[in-house]
Every structure is written in C-alpha cells, then in structure tokens.
Design a protein. Structure first.
Length: 220
C-alpha cells in the first residue's frame, strides 16, 4: 500500500490536528523507512478508559504513553510525546497511536507520509534523565514529573523490546535495544479528549536510552 496521498488527512485525536499554517510549511517528502534512531525516553503503561473512536479498532483498556528525545534520526534531533491504545497483547504487542506531537516539521511530514501517524507540532521542556518532561500544544498539555526527584531504582537493566503498530497503511514493527531504570512518576494530562482517555495519576515508568529501528508498513 502506498503512503497516504494527503498527509494532512490522517485520523487522530482532536489534539493531533495540524494547523493550516503548519500544513503549508511542512515538507512534501520525507526520508523513507526503515529508520534507525538513537533516543532517550520515559515511557509508561497505564489503565485507560476504552477510547470511543470507531477508527481505533478493538482497543483494550490499556494505553502506552511517553516522551522521547531523538538524539539522531534521518530528520535530525527532535522531541516527541505520544499516547497509544493497545489493541492486542501477547508476545508482540500491537498498538495504535491516535495522538503524537513533535517539535520538528520534518518529523511531522515523515510520520504522516511514512506511517500515517497523526503528528502535530508542540513545544517541549525535557529532562528525561531525571524523568521529567512537559509538552504543550493548541488546547492540550502533557506533563510527567518524578514522585521523588533524584530517587528511584538506580540499577540499569538491559531492555529488548519488539512491538507492532497498526494504521491505515498496514502494520509496522519497531524494535528497541536499550538500558533503562524504573522510576515512579506523576502524570498530568489536559485536553479535549486526552483528559477523559488517559486521566492523570501516579505511574511506574521506565527511563531508558538506546537505539530503535522502525520498519515500513507491511501493507505497502
């Protein structure tokens, strides 16, 4: 299956809407998948209200969310916040991502063209090694802070993870090789649909640094 002909017309939450100005300013092409990237991140899995979005498919009551700092990528360095709904669990979990925001128009174009991800623009403040970050866009914000700054599980563990994402262009796999440590964080989520879907609260998260490989959609 070919990439979407209209990168501006990708299904996502209202918080993922792309402004007309950014639609006009973003590149019309992007480096193709697969992508090899080096990144830092704070990620967590939480119970979440089942989304009432018909295009999400058979969503479970679990969501995965987090912040990522891409230290290098085919479009350079940038920051990201995302939230996805688990639509299948098992040896290779499958997730659909209805909300994702970055601070790079090149990344917005690449996400929409290569994977039909509803990327939008946001501003970021991050200290991921400490487990804290904030992203803010038009009418929404996501914040994560460590419960006890400077404390947490100091033992760093190797992390090897594979998961599959699904979207209009088909399924695509991401593999991650990293080292990480556990930390307890508080999350605060505000937005038209983000608030009711994810809510806010205390979560167990992993702070990690490593490399990931993002494959092209299998439906192409």
């Amino acid at each position: 299956m070919k990439p979407t002909a209209d990168p501006a017309a990708v299904c996502g939450l209202p918080e993922s809407a792309l402004s007309p100005e950014n639609q006009l300013a973003m590149p019309t092409s992007a480096p193709p998948a697969p992508w090899e990237c080096r990144a830092r991140a704070v990620l967590w899995v939480q119970r979440a209200t089942r989304p009432r979005f018909t295009w999400l498919g058979a969503a479970t009551g679990l969501a995965v969310a987090g912040f990522v700092e891409y230290l290098d990528s085919p479009v350079g360095r940038y920051h990201e916040v995302l939230a996805g709904s688990l639509v299948r669990t098992g040896l290779i979990p499958r997730v659909q991502v209805p909300f994702i925001a970055v601070d790079s128009l090149a990344s917005v174009a690449a996400g929409r063209i290569n994977w039909a991800l509803p990327k939008t623009m946001a501003s970021f403040e991050m200290d991921l090694e400490a487990g804290s970050a904030r992203a803010e866009g038009e009418g929404w914000s996501v914040t994560v802070q460590p419960v006890r700054p400077g404390q947490g599980w100091r033992l760093r563990l190797p992390i090897r993870l594979r998961f599959s994402a699904t979207g209009p262009l088909g399924n695509y796999r991401t593999s991650l090789r990293a080292s990480g440590r556990l930390v307890r964080v508080r999350t605060a989520v505000d937005g038209e649909t983000l608030t009711g879907w994810l809510g806010s609260g205390t979560r167990l998260a992993v702070v990690l640094t490593g490399r990931l490989r993002i494959q092209p959609p299998s439906g192409r």
